[in-house]
Design a protein around this ligand. Structure first.
Ligand code: NAG
Ligand code: NAG
Ligand code: NAG
Ligand code: NAG
Ligand code: NAG
Ligand code: NAG
Ligand code: NAG
Ligand code: NAG
Ligand code: NAG
Ligand code: NAG
Ligand code: NAG
Ligand code: NAG
Length: 801
């Protein structure tokens, strides 16, 4: 079909769907389904025994945060039953309120590595650090935001706008964390795609203006935003955090359709739902809709005033909340606790109260504090360095300018190259602005997903140390005002013109800040980055640009002929300089791939804008903030592929210092070509949903060969073209449904296997409310990016019904 026709057809169908569907309400789903402890049977028994001894007041205490406390979230102890309470700590890349702890690469870097093993190890090491600091629950990983909006302020905390890649990353992270003994908290459920108006506020005239409502159709919800949550539930996540935003007008933490219906019934989630901090807007209504724990348990900022707590005791006494519902809340919280053997757990680090800016004398409940400042880092720096390099994507490398070969002279430029000058903690409120601090490299971004560094290896320090080995001259200017200024300024004694001789290679470091609470205003790197690059490149014809960014960037200078190489280094964590030097000098062959698309222009991302305007900012209408997800599934590469739009660097793309080949595509049916039912065979729901959705129906084999002269890792990727369904929702051209990371010596080959599960081949049928395999042919593509598809075949599932 011609693009034009397809475009018109889809616009019409979207108009039809918007007109015929009602996004102003969420269907009621009651009562809240009780946990059966599926998969956690022994622990469920222990939780039942424990719960049987609790008074009503103790039950209410157990489901209600108490603050102040030593941790960012706290559940008070019940000493008479030997229960020491729960310590919940941020965040997705490190334990935030801690000293002598590691800062790992951000979720974005983990995703860019496409490396299951490293992602698992990251989860496990983070989990070990949380546990050693006495934190029972780690508030991560993040799969919402998924990354619908390029400007999203929190996209970097999560993984990728592709739900398959994000699903795998979440699953590996959760398994890693929980193997280490800490409870994971998968967040933010669901549709939390923008920071702007994420919470209600009060208008000039005193009206409460409600939080933004994410209005998402059922098919898009299932195929895009829910997909990675299903992986996380299947991986056994202990808890899930509900989000600030509304869905179809109903708050994320009291939406019975998403909590009771989709999460606890359809996905069979057996653990507990906790509120995001302050996201609880009701007691009885939220509890009956499926919310199990209120955090931090202080409504309106007054300590120990909660919609839960004493209000819940009263609600049970007057039967507005049933006895069985509060019992279920307790069992959902205590079962993972016993499953992970947290009844025998290290004490909370004694430094925690000070880091949380409070005093134990003011605590309502007694918390057991251990020694202060215990060092929990072990040898995790090694993994951090390795993953930082693995998540660095080589986008351009003209004439093999990289790896560096003992250059005589290097120039280093930009305010992202050097050490921090304003402190080593990225979460302070002073950071919640558009650009962060001017000087210092960006190893992570801001807000509750940031952490406190125990040390940092800045790029400039690591480059100097490495260059010294070759006797290389290293000159640098870190002031972007000088670098971006007009020639007159540049020729001053502190200007570019005084870097002599002209370096053999110029390294320009750019950064892009983002933080929880605000969305980005630009997709270009900050601090006049374009002028900085073009000025350096006008002087130095071998300019290499390195970006450290909290999300995607557009790169207006990418085709400058003097820009010979580009590295998207994302947010590598504490070893950032070492990770980069390993790539620059070829100690490690780059193998990162883009987990998002870099389009040609910022305007190419307008299909999913931040919902915002001057009018909305001044509204007196409580329901004014409506974010219609009218693009359906067509976000990121699904959008650009559907409209056949050129991009600069596509999803899945990334260069290497060697070359790889793909050959010998083989597809094998695991049911010997026998018919299968279109719908998954009925089976008792387990965490993750109907278990038959994960039954493997095909195995695809392909041979990968390293055809170059350097050892390195390839990332073969499998995409499917699923048949178009006759629904109002346009079907993406291709969707990722498999990937692997394969290290090969030069000349070596290996066979890679991609299992295709029933869910991978299905679409969500909104009428049947089930996953369905269509009868048409499914094209199978194997390649090295979403637009570098080398081998093609197809399968036609024989559907019996
Ligand atoms: C939101 O409304 C749309 C359109 O009626 C519907 O498809 C979807 O299931 C609703 N989602 C929720 C969570 O209520
Ligand atoms: C709770 O009660 C049961 C009997 O119902 C008893 O066996 C158990 O030891 C009690 N204590 C705790 C901490 O569970
Ligand atoms: C706010 O209240 C004032 C005084 O009642 C009124 O004149 C004004 O129109 C209101 N503004 C809006 C935006 O409703
Ligand atoms: C009950 O909830 C209200 C908010 O609706 C709060 O102001 C009050 O402090 C709560 N009571 C307790 C005992 O937490
Ligand atoms: C790359 O190599 C080609 C062929 O040797 C040469 O013409 C071109 O100028 C080189 N480009 C750069 C940016 O050095
Ligand atoms: C950066 O350069 C500008 C222009 O020369 C100057 O005004 C500013 O003080 C410099 N910043 C620092 C931190 O030196
Ligand atoms: C650099 O960018 C900032 C905004 O980020 C702007 O205020 C400033 O004028 C720019 N400086 C130069 C030298 O272009
Ligand atoms: C590239 O560098 C050379 C100096 O080697 C310079 O003369 C030329 O103008 C530069 N080109 C651009 C586009 O900056
Ligand atoms: C690049 O710059 C170097 C040093 O200024 C110069 O020797 C060389 O000829 C330039 N190469 C090109 C292709 O302009
Ligand atoms: C939202 O709109 C307001 C008013 O126009 C503007 O000041 C603000 O920067 C916008 N925020 C974003 C993230 O676009
Ligand atoms: C969102 O969709 C509703 C219909 O469901 C429509 O009334 C509203 O105008 C739309 N809002 C925007 C900003 O497009
Ligand atoms: C796929 O590869 C596996 C492992 O090398 C092999 O056992 C299997 O027979 C292969 N299947 C096909 C269809 O080539």
């Amino acid at each position: 079909m011609k693009i034009g026709t397809r475009f018109v057809a889809s616009c019409l169908s979207l108009v039809v769907s918007v007109l015929t569907q009602d996004y102003s309400t969420s269907p009621p789903v009651y009562p809240s389904p009780p946990t059966l402890g599926t998969g956690w049977e022994t622990a469920f028994e222990q939780a039942n025994t424990f719960a049987a001894n609790l008074s009503l007041e103790e039950k209410a205490q157990l489901v209600t945060g108490t603050s102040p406390g030593p941790c960012v979230g706290n559940i008070g102890a019940i000493p008479r039953l030997g229960f020491g309470g729960l310590c919940l700590q941020d965040g997705p890349l490190a334990i935030r309120l801690a000293t002598y702890a590691s800062v790992f690469p951000a979720g974005l870097t983990a995703a860019a590595s496409w490396d299951r093993g490293l992602i698992f190890a990251r989860g496990m090491f983070m989990g070990a650090e949380f546990k050693a600091k006495g934190s029972h629950v780690a508030l991560g990983p993040v799969v919402g935001p998924l990354g619908r909006i390029g400007y999203g302020g929190r996209n970097w905390e999560g993984f990728s706008p592709d739900p398959y890649l994000t699903g795998v990353a979440a699953e590996e992270t959760i398994r890693g964390m929980q193997q280490a003994g800490v409870q994971a908290c998968l967040k933010h459920y669901i549709g939390n795609e923008q920071e702007t108006q994420r919470n209600p506020d009060v208008s000039a005239n005193g009206t409460t203006i409600e939080a933004v409502s994410s209005n998402i159709d059922d098919q898009t919800l299932h195929e895009l935003y829910l997909w990675p949550f299903a992986n996380g539930v299947r991986a056994g996540t202990a808890s899930i955090m509900c989000s600030y935003n509304r869905l179809n007008g109903s708050y994320g933490c009291q939406n019975s359709k998403t909590l009771n219906g989709i999460l606890k019934t359809e996905l069979g989630f057996q653990g507990y739902v906790m509120s995001d901090w302050g996201a609880t807007h009701a007691g009885v209504d939220a509890i009956n809709a499926g919310l199990d724990m209120d955090m931090p348990g202080s409504t309106g900022g007054s300590p120990n005033a909660s919609f839960f707590g004493g209000n819940l005791t009263q609600a049970v006494n007057n039967a507005s909340v049933s006895q069985s519902r509060i019992d279920d809340m307790v069992l959902r919280i205590m079962t993972p606790y016993f499953f992970l053997k947290q009844d025998d757990y290290p004490p909370i680090d004694g430094q925690s109260p000070a880091l949380n800016n409070n005093n134990p004398q003011n605590y309502r409940y007694q918390f057991t504090l251990g020694e202060s400042d215990t060092d929990v880092r072990e040898d995790h720096a090694q993994l951090i360095r390795e993953l930082g390099a693995a998540g660095t994507v080589l986008l351009k490398n003209v004439n093999n300018t990289l790896p560096l070969k003992a250059p005589r002279s290097i120039g280093v430029f930009g305010n992202d190259a050097g050490d921090l000058v304003n402190g080593e903690y990225f979460s302070g409120s002073s950071f919640a602005n558009q650009f962060g601090y001017e000087y210092g490299t960006l190893p992570m971004a801001g807000g509750s997903g940031a952490a406190r560094l125990s040390y940092l290896v800045p790029p400039l320090d690591a480059i100097k140390a490495r260059a010294f080995q070759d006797g290389t001259l290293v000159q640098y200017i870190l002031n972007n005002t000088i670098l971006s200024g007009p020639a007159k300024v540049r020729n001053r004694a502190d200007g570019l013109g005084f870097i002599l001789p002209v370096p053999d290679v110029c390294l320009v470091f750019l950064k892009t800040w983002a933080s929880e609470g605000v969305d980005r205003l630009s997709l270009e790197a900050d601090w006049n980055s374009t002028a900085v690059v073009n000025n350096v490149a006008s002087y130095c014809n071998n300019t290499i640009v390195i970006t450290h960014s909290a999300g995607l960037n557009v790169l207006p200078w990418a085709n400058n002929p003097n820009v010979t190489a580009i590295l998207a280094a994302h947010l590598p964590g504490q070893e950032t300089g070492n990770s980069l030097v390993d790539i620059l000098y070829g100690a490690i062959n780059p193998s990162g791939k883009l987990p998002y698309t870099i389009a040609l222009n910022a305007s190419d991302y307008k299909f999913a804008p931040v919902t915002n305007s001057t009018e909305l900012q001044g509204t007196e209408d409580p329901n004014a903030w409506q974010s219609n997800f009218t693009e359906g599934q067509l976000i990121d590469y699904r959008h650009f592929d559907y409209y056949n739009q050129s991009v600069l660097y596509e999803f899945g793309y990334g260069l290497s210092y060697t070359t790889f080949n793909l050959s010998d595509l083989q597809i094998e049916s695991t049911v010997s070509g026998k018919p299968v039912t279109a719908r998954p065979p009925l089976a008792a729901t387990v965490p993750g949903g109907n278990p038959t959705l994960w039954a493997v129906l095909y195995v695809v084999n392909v041979t990968v060969t390293n055809t170059g002269n350097t050892a390195g890792a390839a990332v073969p990727q499998l995409y499917l073209s699923l048949p178009s369904t006759s629904q109002s929702n346009p079907t993406p051209v291709n969707v990722l449904r498999g990937f692997d990371k394969i290290f090969l010596q030069p000349g070596k080959s290996t066979t890679v296997q991609f299992p295709l599960a029933r869910r991978d081949l299905s679409y969500w049928d909104t009428n049947l409310q089930d996953w369905v395999i269509s009868s048409g042919a499914i094209a199978v593509h194997l390649g090295f990016s979403s637009r570098d598809l080398k081998l093609h075949d197809q399968v036609t599932v024989l559907v019996s019904d």
